[in-house]
Design a protein around this ligand. Structure first.
Ligand SMILES: Cc1ncc(COP(=O)(O)O)c(C=O)c1O
Length: 379
């Protein structure tokens, strides 16, 4: 793919290869590329240079032997689970997951004869009990969405190994800057790249990475066959922002700590959830799991439920209601109406997802400006 017009120059910034297909000189070249005897690309759904470059950078960050880029975080979860299960298999999953993940496991997989059992993965006894019957997958989030319960990845990895079960960790809220689940013994790590790793809310992508090389070809086949692939422009944009990820995470984490303390003093707020605060159930684990800080996500609950949330949203539009996370500026979401909309009312109650609960994705801006804006909604 060398461009002769460049002479001996090479671009400092990796080029965007916005092509869905490549040309090949002959059938022998095609065979060698398919058989991995020489580098090359054929069809973008099977692989393209921008995804490959991004995967190599992210594999390094995660401490992985291989990484695959998918068209979304949900596609990465699908690409992780599909190669591991078949009809009649069981998977064990945390009972505190992103709503769509819960739906994938609880509604979609059973249609293909795969049973999902949801347990409290903060309680090792429950996990061991669930694994008394064989299971292919144990699935958890490092920090649960939205209420930030932490997973003792090291302990779960030991239990999973004892039971020959593949531990998959959704590390979206932590990012590899704060936690590297593979180093703690997880078999696979996935990230919604759409969030902090992108950081600019202009890309939808996912990552799946692992240490064992044998799963990689199966994952790639599933990505191509089920149509879970990424597009070059999104990968190019993501690569562009990757070098600032550690800086963004540090700055946003410092802002989140400051904002959590400030919010806890506001009379309109009944509780603040942030993993390093002494009233968080996992604050001790936070020291070990997240030594560099607990990230940019926090939750708070407004006294006055849904009406109070509506008043807040209307009075403080400078902290936009924008149901995602990881932007450079602070945004907020309402888990009950968005990420966990399709979770039953009883399940929401069990998890503590109330009508007054707001989830904040804290950005890297001057946090005093954010406080000033939020004050308008808290009067
Ligand atoms: C923890 C977590 N995992 C996975 C996903 C899915 O990612 P995507 O929206 O990129 O498919 C989300 C989306 O919000 C999430 O919050």
């Amino acid at each position: 793919m060398a461009d002769p017009s460049l002479g001996r120059s090479t671009p400092l910034v990796p080029p965007l290869y916005q092509s869905s297909v490549y040309t090949l000189p002959d059938l022998d070249a095609l065979d060698r590329i398919v058989n991995a005897e020489e580098p090359g690309f054929i069809y973008a759904r099977d692989g393209h240079p921008n995804a490959r470059a991004l995967a190599a950078d992210l594999a390094k960050m995660e401490g992985a032997a291989w990484a695959a880029i998918t068209g979304s975080g949900m596609a990465a979860i699908t690409a992780a689970v599909l190669p591991l299960v078949q009809q009649g298999d069981r998977i064990i999953a945390s009972h505190r997951l992103y709503g769509r993940t819960t739906q994938l496991f609880g509604q979609e997989l059973p249609r293909y004869g795969v049973e999902a059992v949801f347990v409290d993965t903060c309680d090792l006894k429950q996990v061991r009990a669930a694994l008394e019957q064989p299971a292919k997958v144990l699935f958890v989030e490092t920090m649960s969405n939205p209420l930030l319960r932490l997973t003792d990845v090291e302990a779960l990895a030991k239990v999973a190994k004892e039971h020959h079960c593949t531990l998959i960790v959704d590390n979206t809220f932590a990012t590899p800057v704060l936690c590297k689940p593979l180093d703690l013994g997880a078999d696979l790590v996935m990230e919604s790249l759409t969030k902090m790793i992108c950081g600019h809310s202009d890309v939808t992508l996912g990552l799946l990475a692992g240490k064992q090389p044998d799963l990689f070809p199966q994952v790639n086949a599933v990505i191509s066959i089920w149509g879970l692939a990424s597009n070059p422009f999104d990968c190019w944009l993501l690569s562009r922002g990757l070098s600032t990820l550690p800086l963004r995470m540090q700055a946003a984490t410092a802002n989140a700590v400051a904002l959590a303390s400030w919010l806890a003093e506001q009379p309109a707020i009944s509780r603040v959830v942030y993993p390093t605060r002494p009233d968080h159930p996992d604050h001790e684990l936070a020291k070990r799991l997240l030594p560099a800080g607990a990230g940019n996500m926090l939750c708070f609950e407004l006294k006055g439920g849904r009406d109070a949330v509506n008043r807040f949203l209307r009075a403080a539009p400078g902290v936009p209601f924008s149901p995602s996370l990881g932007n450079t500026t602070t945004t907020l979401s309402h888990p009950g109406a968005t990420s966990h909309r399709y979770v039953s009312p009883a399940e929401k109650k069990r998890q503590g997802i109330s009508d007054g609960l707001i989830r904040l994705s804290v950005g890297v801006e001057d946090i005093e400006q954010t406080k000033t804006e939020m004050k308008k909604g808290l009067q």
